[in-house]
Unconditional design. Structure first.
Length: 422
């Protein structure tokens, strides 16, 4: 059935509306799709910004941790370096607080003060136990004024140290408030020993120059007296006069021997230097008195390690023979018999041989220990007082030193230190 014009019009209008709806629907769908894509894009951009911010924060934290580790490493290295410097100092270092507490005491200081590594006294007065050194630190803590290059004598030798060179400085904080003191002390024993050796050499040379001529003339006079006294025929003299002539002879011979010994002591030392085995010297000197020691029910021992030195073998043998003979005479009446020990220690680092001649006799009183080396000082009835003086002279002219101490058995200990070449 054919369509009417109205039907065509309606169909066309319906088609037009359908097209408009389709176009509108397509536009709406495109708009929704674009909106969805835009929303997705915004969400993706937000995640990227968050990731960038997170990465930046992580990098900053990593840098801070690295700086912290570097700072800690530098602090540790600085502390380790400070510890190494303190431990490597050959001088003693003592840092104390205002209350007397010990903050730092290095190994060299412990050695010179005779303290064990695992022992640190709470107060420096206990560590030092040297009144003069403690007073100097007290003075700096009280006054705040430094003490520079002060020499201090140690009454009792500690590990071979008898003299200190001391410098003490007050320690201040950033506000200039004093909170302690720093004490540096060095071992001046070798320097003092060298000064003593030079003084002794000069004194011995002066004594020799002043007295050698007088003693020589005195010996000539004694020789004349002795010669005339021997011209007397004792058998031709009355009995009452014989004792007088014999007394003149005996006393003259005794005085001549004393003068001869003194001339030997005063004569300038002329050393014939050769390599000398100190152990052989001591063994030979010990052999000279072993028979006498056995006769008294005692013995003589030689022990320890000896060095080789450049010296005069004849003079060194004379020195140690005198020492051993004096030791045997000193302990001849000891209960159980005399016991003389030659104990040696060889210090390879310092190239020094330390030989101690010890006996079990009564010992030497502290007040006499400095006087025994003076000429003509003796405690024996028949002694001339020149034996130990001559020993000291020989040792000093070999650039050594001799001191007197107390042996483990309570007797005397004559301690000789001599520089060794090997």
């Amino acid at each position: 059935m054919p369509l009417t014009p109205g039907g065509y019009a309606f169909l066309g209008l319906t088609t037009l509306v359908a097209c408009l709806v389709a176009v509108l629907t397509f536009a709406i769908l495109r708009f929704a799709s674009a909106a969805r894509d835009a929303r997705r894009g915004l969400q993706g951009s937000g995640h990227a910004d968050t990731a960038i911010l997170s990465a930046a924060l992580q990098e900053a934290v990593a840098k801070l941790k690295a700086q912290e580790r570097a700072t800690a490493a530098r602090a540790e290295a600085s502390e380790r370096l400070s510890g190494e410097i303190i431990a490597s100092l050959t001088a003693g270092l003592l840092v104390v607080g205002l209350e007397g507490d010990i903050r730092i005491l290095n190994p060299a200081g412990r050695r010179m003060l005779g303290l064990a590594d695992n022992v640190t006294p709470a107060d420096y007065h206990q560590a030092l136990s040297e009144p003069e050194l403690s007073k100097l630190i007290d003075q700096v803590l009280t006054s705040g004024v430094a003490i520079v290059r002060r020499a201090v004598s140690v009454p009792e030798t500690r590990n071979g140290v008898s003299h200190f060179g001391v410098t003490i400085s007050p320690m201040f904080d950033e506000q200039k408030q004093q909170h302690g003191a720093i004490c540096l002390f060095t071992d001046l024993t070798a320097v003092k020993d060298l000064e003593e050796q030079l003084r002794l050499k000069e004194s011995l040379a002066t004594v020799g120059e002043l007295t050698a001529g007088i003693a020589h003339e005195f010996r000539n006079g004694l020789a004349t007296i002795l010669g005339y006294s021997k011209l007397f025929d004792l058998k031709a003299l009355p009995e009452s006069y014989r004792a007088y002539v014999e007394g003149i002879r005996a006393e003259t011979e005794s005085l001549s021997q004393i003068v001869t010994n003194f001339l030997n002591f005063a004569r300038p030392a002329q050393l014939m230097l050769t390599p000398v085995d100190l152990k052989a010297i001591c063994e030979r000197a010990a052999d000279e008195i072993r028979a006498d020691a056995r006769a008294l029910g005692g013995r003589v021992d030689v022990d320890g390690e000896f060095g080789i030195l450049e010296g005069d073998e004849v003079l060194l043998r004379q020195a140690f023979s005198n020492l051993l003979r004096n030791a045997l005479e000193a302990c001849a009446a000891a209960p159980g018999g005399p016991h003389v020990v030659i104990q040696s220690e060889y210090d390879r680092a310092g190239k020094v041989t330390r030989v101690a001649v010890n006996d079990n006799g009564p010992g030497i009183a502290p007040v006499d220990r400095e006087r025994v080396f003076r000429p003509f000082f003796t405690s024996k009835r028949s002694g001339t007082g020149l034996g130990l003086a001559l020993v000291q002279k020989i040792i000093v002219f070999h650039n050594g030193r001799i001191v007197i101490g107390k042996s483990a058995s309570g007797g005397a200990s004559l301690q000789v230190s001599l520089p060794s070449s090997a």
